[in-house]
Design a protein around this ligand. Structure first.
Ligand code: PLP
Ligand code: COI
Length: 370
């Protein structure tokens, strides 16, 4: 779409029923991931021929839509996830939000939806974080999780791209993603289901990818596992992702630590945490590789002691070590089921950077308040 068609600036309508400081403090005590929402949200409508209209920051609450809205039938829905962190000096900064804005645009294009101009995405984020700054938790590892969403709202049952959309941005104070905190998870390699196939939507953050993953996730639970590991659709051999996270493998080769992650093939989500860790790993003196890695290699390299760690990464959970792998092809422990030093070091480095405890030499932190 033509960015010139988008009008700028948001109308700010503060909530008349915002939580009191006491209510907020109670809600922010150990919130489970994505269950508590701040006082406000941003909405921006889009109409074909008019482009993106005036946005509004208003009280968080239900939205009204027609039961014929195209998203409810044909699933035009994309989303993002990024975080705002309290900094050591009390200010608030968000981590690489423009990377999320760009990925949101890529997802939109894949789903035949209009791109929201990056500056409108960032303006919405700035406005909401500023308005709801009291909801940003302070401890290292805690943050305000920002959830942008775009849905097709045209009330029409013909199968075609919607001619109306709604962008919504909401925010949720967040502690640990997995209720057990940072402890290694047990994973189930899915031989029965695939997440994404070449030519499909694997690289896009669209709602349907997650709907399609749930049955595999529940199969993994049934096998006594926390998460599912996805294989490539063609060979059913190469590892792609873990649940809603990217995956890394740590090798010790001739005295050198090597971190390996599956290459981006179009079927993986190009994680922003993945990209950041590849850069941090090099700075910490590890060699990094993006390449294919098979289940057979995973199993053999662990058995031979060449692979010392496996971990997953994403915005929500940061880094989650993998302690045990189960599958129809066998079962094995990684690093004796414990968190390894490379996962711990990368997690600490990333969190320290996100909270302003070490210098941000990459320009990743965008100051929002203070
Ligand atoms: N893979 C999938 C399928 C995801 O949903 C996510 C989460 O956003 C990731 C990977 C990690 O991406 P990021 O690091 O940008 O959060
Ligand atoms: C992530 O941020 O790592 C995610 O996978 C987001 C998830 C809640 C969809």
């Amino acid at each position: 779409m033509n960015p010139a068609m988008s009008t700028s600036t948001l109308e700010i309508h503060p909530s008349d029923h915002a939580a009191s400081p006491e209510q907020r403090a109670k809600l922010m005590t150990n919130p489970r991931f994505g269950q508590v929402f701040t006082d406000h949200m941003v909405v921006i409508p889009y109409k074909e021929g008019q482009g993106w209209g005036k946005g509004e920051l208003k009280a968080y609450g239900p939205i009204e839509m027609s039961p014929a809205s195209s998203v409810l039938h044909y699933g035009q829905a994309i989303f993002e996830g990024f975080k705002a962190y309290k900094q050591k000096d009390g200010s608030i900064a968000s981590f690489r939000p423009e990377a999320n804005a760009r990925r949101f645009a890529t997802s939109a294009t894949r789903l035949a939806m209009p791109e929201l101009p990056e500056e409108r995405f960032l303006e919405a984020a700035r406005a909401l974080i500023t308005q709801d700054q009291a909801w940003v938790p302070g401890a290292v590892g805690e943050s305000l999780y920002m959830r942008p969403l775009m849905i097709g709202t045209e009330p029409a049952l013909g199968v075609h791209a919607s001619n109306e959309y709604l962008f919504i941005l909401m925010a949720s104070p967040s502690g640990a993603y997995f209720s057990g905190g940072v402890k290694p998870v047990t994973v189930w390699i899915s031989d029965d289901y695939v997440r994404a196939a070449p030519g499909g939507t694997g690289f896009a953050k669209c709602a349907g990818n997650y709907a399609a993953s749930l049955v595999a996730q529940s199969q993994a639970k049934g096998e006594g596992c926390d998460q599912v590991v996805w294989l490539d659709a063609i060979h059913r051999e190469y590892i792609e992702e873990m649940g809603g996270m990217n995956i890394f493998f740590v090798y010790q080769e001739k005295g050198e630590t090597v971190v390996v992650t599956p290459e981006l093939t179009g079927t993986l989500l190009p994680g922003i945490t993945r990209d950041s860790l590849l850069q941090l790993a090099r700075e910490l003196g590890y060699r990094s590789e993006e390449r294919k890695i098979s289940v057979a290699e995973w199993k053999a390299a662990v058995a031979e002691g060449r692979m010392t760690e496996t971990f997953a990464c994403g915005t929500a959970a940061v880094i989650t070590p993998v302690g045990r792998v189960k599958s129809r092809r066998g079962e094995w422990l990684v690093n004796n089921g414990e968190t390894g030093p490379v996962a711990a070091k990368l997690r600490e480095s990333l969190l320290n950077l996100q909270h302003g405890l070490i210098p941000d030499t990459h320009g990743w932190m965008k100051k929002i308040v203070g």
